[in-house]
Each structure stands twice: as C-alpha cells, then as structure tokens.
Design a protein around this ligand. Structure first.
Ligand SMILES: Cc1cc2nc3c(=O)[nH]c(=O)nc-3n(C[C@H](O)[C@H](O)[C@H](O)COP(=O)(O)OP(=O)(O)OC[C@H]3O[C@@H](n4cnc5c(N)ncnc54)[C@H](O)[C@@H]3O)c2cc1C
Length: 512
C-alpha cells in the first residue's frame, strides 16, 4: 500500500457516493486518466469479493461496473477460498459456498459477469490473476478485521504501481470512515453521528445493468459439489445446519417473504418476542446473511423504515441493532487493533479485571468442559448446546442477558482465558461467527467494552454481572431447557443419518 493514508475517491462521474470509496493505491497508468485514481490500463476491472457476497445491492460491484464502463473494459468477480479462515468449519463454509454457487449463476444470468474462484492464499492468487488478465484496477469490499487488512496491504505491495486498488464500504449503511474517524466510546457516542448522516446514505441503490464491454476470455467451470463435499469432510466436526437456507434469494425471503418473512410476518412482535428465548423466530435471524454479505444491511434498513408508521417501536429497536450496534462493532475493530484481547478494553475495565483476576472462583472449568457443556448450570449448558447443535444461540441469552459469556468469565482462571475461550467457541459454532459483532459481543460481555462500570463484586470487579436468578425472573427457564433438548435431539438424529448434500436440503424442509 502506498505510504500515504488512503484517500477518498474524488470522482464526480461516479454513481457510488465518493465517500464510500477509498483509494488504497493509485495507479501510474490511471493518473493519466481524467477521473483520478481509477484504472483504465486496458485490462478488466477485477472485483475481489470478500465480505459482500451478493449481486444485489452491492456498492462494490456497482463501483466495479461503473469504472469498467468508464474505461470501456469488462468486469470480472474473483473470490479466494482460503484453506483456513479463523477456524471456520463445514457449518460456515458450506453455507458460504452454497451462497456463492447461487451468486455465480445470478451474476452471469443477470449481468453477464464471470465469477472466478481461487483456492489458496489471496496474496498470491489475486495478484497472479490481475497479471493474467492485465487488470489495472482492483476493487475490493471493506472489512475491519486485521487479517483482511493485512492481505490487502500485501496485495497492494505485490502488484505495485501498475494496479489501482479501490476499497468500497459495501457493508455499512454509513461508510465506516465517514461515520467516525476515531474509536467510539459507546453506542451513545456513535448514535448521534450515524443518525445525522442517515439522510445522506440511507437511500435506494441505483439500478445496475450489464457492463458495456463483455468478458471474452474463458468462463470458469467450478466444481461446487466437490468443493462442498471437501469442506464438509474436513470440517465435519461442526456440520451444516438445516434451518437456515443459504444464498441471496433465501436471505430476501427471510427479510420479506410472504410465508414467514421478518418484516412481513414477524416484525410487529419484535420488540417483545426478541426477549423470549423460546421463540427463535422472534428475532430477525438475518445475522448469517448479513455476516456473509448475502443481504445488504442498507436494504434491510430501507425496507424496515417503510414500515415505521405501522410498527414504530419494533422498527426503531431493529434499526438500533442493525445500524448503530452493528456499525459500532466495525468501528471498534477498525480503530482498536487489540479488538479481541484484554488490551483492547478501556483502562477502567482492564484495571478492575486485573484487580480481581486472583479472586477465588467457586467453579473453574476447562475449555473442553465448557465446549462439551459439562457445567453444573443447566441453563448455561442449554445455551452452549443451542449454539453447538443449532448454530445460533438465541439473542436473549447471547446478547441481551450476556449470560453465556459472563459465566465464562466467572468460571475460568482469568479474563484473558475467558475471552479467548468465548471467542473460540463463538467462532467455531455460530453460523455468523468470525464477525466484528462477535468480537465486540465477547469484549462487551467480558471486558465491559461499550458499557459502563457497575457495583464492584468478586471476580467481575466493576464489569456488569448476570446470574441465574436474574434469568429466572426474566423468562421461562424450564421451557427454554426443554426447547433446547428438542433441538439437540433433532440435530443428533440428523447427524446419525449423515447430514450432507440432499440430507441438508431435506432437513431444511423439515425444520422450516
Ligand atoms: C457474546 C456475544 C457474541 C456475539 N457473536 C456474534 C457473532 O458471532 N456474529 C454476529 O453477527 N453477532 C454476534 N453477536 C451480536 C448479536 O447477538 C447477534 O448479532 C444477534 O443475536 C443476531 O441475531 P439476529 O440477526 O436474529 O438479531 P436481530 O435482533 O434481529 O438483529 C438484527 C441485526 O442487528 C445486528 N445486531 C443485533 N445485535 C447486535 C449487537 N449486539 N452487536 C452488533 N450487531 C448486532 C446483527 O447484524 C443482527 O443480524 C454477539 C453478541 C454477544 C453478546
């Protein structure tokens, strides 16, 4: 990457708001072009898709097509499948690949854009591909995670001045670098900034049409079934789940479907049902789609906003989670290099946790005991099993009560260990794991990030506390235990039958 800080693209001719795009690297060739920072060396524009895996409502794809039309070159989409990415297993990789399989068809059918899939290290496959097709512009989507930022830096240095690199924030409603230029203290400090900017950013997407210049090279044939079988075998320890159908079409169905869509059928009770762990569909269930970029948060927000007059409380609660909380997580991971370590906690929280690190714990469990849900507490075990077998712990246990992660703090030898176990379990079993919201969720529950200090007590210090009795007062704990037991039995039965290929589809039908 060039030594200068990334620049916002100033290009009056762009259909994408200029503040949504950063030039990570300019190209020597492009500097001679009339629109600063663009490509235009003759080869294709390559969009390296990473976080926003969709055709519809995708600012990065819109930008790639716009640039290609401007320079009269074709566009291709490239995706790199890593051998390992933050411990993802069959559950997450199967979901992602099935979504990409649909994406490849719809890219070609609707826009005549080819989709290339590479396997290995992106820092090698992407520069090689850029060279092969003589590209002079690489467009990427945005992620605040350190691994992805490192790869981008490396790719920029490998391709040198011959290729311009543009990064487009296609994930956040308000582009991260516009919403705030610093680490925000809490939702309270970010909310006002975002709300002020929403009129400028929360509008419908321009229509995207097929690029003027068509790709004339070979169109790749991808062995999707082989790839899915491979990740299913290698990541069999955490198999796919049946209840959440992957892909853009399914995502739109979950948002707006006439049968059981969130906004069409479930929104009116969102503000109350989200507090009932016996109702998994009380929440939107959009997080897997948002995580893999199979749906755009901006689309969800636009559609929800249209219903605000009818269901004001529910829409406001949903938009608070979808925009403010989600974008606060990106803010934290982008501006706090230690976003998944105790070093990333505020000074007061670090101090209080360290002051109490040596406190006697009534129960201490190992990672293995926690992973296999072998604690004395049936409620905690149930939430862990819900995550292991269902792939999504109910938001009430995970987020609103923070019971699951808080107990890990209480039952391990210290805050560093608690945090690393919580992140390990969350990333391994949650379908939406390895997300900024996951790192921040764990940091929030265990290290008080985005929270305030509370009454001091053993082990927790001033970190907010939650106990079993508190849960019992808030919901039907026995009902939840029975609900999770049914989920686990169903999942074990399917595992015994071998959950792959057709079996996943079949279980999807029976679970929906
Ligand atoms: C310990 C812990 C771990 C978490 N791990 C993850 C994770 O791995 N992946 C993940 O996407 N979220 C995670 N969260 C945040 C939150 O629990 C989930 O986003 C939410 O439960 C997803 O379910 P939903 O889409 O049905 O939620 P809804 O209530 O319908 O919310 C709609 C959307 O708003 C966003 N959202 C909701 N709550 C939060 C929040 N607290 N922070 C940031 N964004 C939010 C999500 O994108 C969500 O899909 C975690 C929270 C905690 C406390």
């Amino acid at each position: 990457m060039s030594s200068d800080a990334p620049q916002i693209i100033k290009r009056a001719c762009s259909v994408v708001p200029p503040t949504r795009q950063l030039v990570l690297q300019g190209s020597k060739r492009s500097n001679q072009q009339q629109c600063g920072g663009g490509g235009g060396g003759g080869g294709a524009v390559v969009y390296w898709m990473f976080r926003d895996q969709r055709v519809r409502d995708n600012w990065a794809l819109i930008h790639a097509v716009d640039q290609a039309n401007h320079f009269k070159v074709p566009v291709v989409v490239a995706f790199n499948l890593f051998d390992q990415f933050l411990g993802a297993k069959a559950r997450q990789l199967g979901f992602m690949l099935r979504g990409l399989q649909e994406l490849q068809c719809s890219l070609m059918e609707t826009l005549q854009i080819p989709f290339f899939l590479f396997q290995g290290e992106a820092v090698e496959t992407i520069p090689d591909f850029l060279r092969e097709c003589g590209a002079s512009l690489l467009v990427t989507d945005f992620s605040p995670l350190r691994e992805v930022r490192k790869w981008k830096e490396e790719i920029c240095s490998r391709v040198g001045d011959s290729v311009a690199v543009h990064e487009v924030d296609a994930h956040n409603v308000v582009p991260l670098w516009v919403a705030s230029q610093k680490l925000e203290y809490s939702a309270r400090t970010l909310r006002g900034k975002i709300n002020k900017l929403l009129p400028e950013y929360l509008f419908d997407y321009p229509k995207i049409t097929s690029p003027q210049m068509k790709w004339e090279g070979e169109t790749p044939v991808i062995d999707w079934e082989g790839l899915i079988a491979d990740v299913s075998r290698k990541g069999a320890e955490v198999p796919e789940v049946g209840w959440c159908e992957p892909g853009e079409t399914a995502a739109m169905e979950v948002l707006l479907g006439s049968k059981d869509g969130f906004l069409t059928k479930r929104l009116k009770n969102y503000s109350s049902d989200r507090n009932n762990p016996l109702k998994p569909k009380g929440l939107s269930c959009l997080s897997p789609y948002l995580h893999f970029g199979q749906i755009s948060a901006q689309r969800c927000a636009l559609e929800a906003r249209n219903l605000r007059k009818l269901h004001t409380q529910s829409v406001d609660a949903f938009l608070e989670e979808l925009i403010v909380r989600r974008e606060l997580s990106d803010n934290f991971c982008y501006y706090q290099p230690h976003y998944d370590s105790l070093l990333g906690a505020w000074e007061w929280a670090r101090k209080t946790l360290m002051d109490h690190a040596g406190d006697k714990r009534e129960h201490v469990y190992t990672k293995e005991q926690l992973e296999s849900a072998k604690t004395f507490d049936p409620l905690w075990n149930a939430s862990q099993l819900e995550m292991v077998h269902h792939g999504k712990m109910h938001g009430f246990m995970r987020q609103l009560l923070m019971y699951w992660a808080k107990k890990i703090l209480e039952w391990t030898t210290g805050p560093e260990e608690a945090l690393s176990i919580a992140i390990y379990l969350n990333d391994k079993y949650e379908l939406d794991g390895r997300d900024p919201s996951g790192y921040v969720g764990c940091m929030w529950s265990i290290c008080g990030v985005h929270d305030q200090g509370w009454r001091e007590r053993p082990v927790f210090g001033k970190i907010r506390y939650m106990n079993y009795e508190g849960c019992k007062r808030k919901f039907d704990v026995d009902g939840y235990l029975a609900h999770v037991k049914r989920l686990v039995n169903g999942s074990k039965k399917r595992k015994g039958e071998g959950i792959a290929g057709e079996a996943v589809k079949e279980s999807r039908r029976s679970e929906s």
